[in-house]
Write a protein that binds this ligand. Structure first.
Ligand code: GUN
Length: 281
């Protein structure tokens, strides 16, 4: 069994991003800029946003965080997005999800200029990526694909089971797998027999937020398991959605949590921000 080391790969990618930033500054006098909008006080969201801005500053990317109270009006968020859309020093705009229930997430995401949509959540980019065209790829599924590539794992012709059908992870990951010529099963909360799907898959990718969802008897020998879950237990320990200790020994490759897909998400957000800044250049 081989551990897919997302920490190591993300460090390598972040080093390259830093070089790209230096080159943009020297040759084009451009410093890439990322604007993050954080609404409310969800502790997990606050932590993610802190990690994103720290990674930006480490890489030399300018970042600004617009913190807004949970009671903020949709109109105020839209105004801030419009300001960032117009701001020539901002290449990427990211609205941290989830948003409070009185805010219409679709309206917010559609207000972001697709050219600055480094999260890849605007329907314009969703559609482009679905059609196999160039567009911003959501960071987490992008990170999964890059991690597999780093270990020379070709998904072409493989049976891939994606567990979880969110717009942020499951659906775009299934799209990327399909575009890479895998045969893709997408399972979700209404799937009748999850085990029937996971146990025949060569690659199982799971991102549901359900601790211990994927058990040893649901995975075939030699399978590749990608755990996208990040769950904090009551003792503070971070675990994924896979019963790692029992599942790992059956796998050919598996991602640890933490240190697997998590660090890749931030690295690919930086990559998307550089891509946007290069378009500005
Ligand atoms: N919430 C959970 N994951 C993400 C992400 O990748 N981007 C944003 N904007 N919000 C998230």
């Amino acid at each position: 069994m081989v551990l897919l080391d997302g920490k190591a790969l993300s460090d390598k990618i972040k080093k390259q991003v830093k070089l790209d930033v230096e080159e943009l500054q020297q040759t084009r006098q451009i410093t890439p800029g990322l604007a993050v909008i954080l609404v409310g006080n969800d502790p997990a969201s606050a932590t993610y946003v802190k990690m994103k801005s720290k990674s930006c500053s480490d890489a030399g990317i300018y970042s600004v965080v617009h913190e807004m109270p949970a009671t903020i009006s949709q109109e105020s968020i839209l105004k801030t997005i419009d300001m960032m859309n117009q701001n020539p020093n901002i290449d990427g705009i990211l609205v941290q999800l989830p948003l409070p229930s009185h805010i219409d997430t679709t309206v917010i995401l559609e207000a972001i200029d697709p050219k600055k949509d480094v999260d890849g959540f605007h329907p314009f980019n969703v559609g482009r990526v679905r059609a196999g065209l160039d567009g911003f790829i959501p960071a987490t599924p992008y990170g999964v694909m890059e991690l597999l590539k780093e270990y020379d794992i070709d998904v072409k012709g493989k049976d891939v089971c994606v567990v979880g059908a969110s717009n942020i992870v499951g659906k775009p990951l299934a799209t990327l797998m399909l575009n890479a010529n895998a045969t893709v099963d997408i399972c979700h909360i209404f799937t009748k027999d999850l085990k029937a799907h996971t146990s025949k898959a060569d690659i199982v990718c799971v991102g549901t937020g359900v601790v211990g969802l994927i058990k040893e008897d649901m995975i075939k020998d030699g399978a590749i398991v990608i755990d996208i879950g990040i769950n904090r237990l009551s003792d503070g320990k971070i675990v994924g959605d896979v019963d790692f200790d029992k599942v790992a020994s059956k796998c050919s490759y598996i991602t640890p949590v933490p240190g697997g897909v998590g660090p890749m998400t931030i690295a690919m957000l930086l990559v998307n921000t550089i891509k946007s800044a290069k378009m500005r250049a």
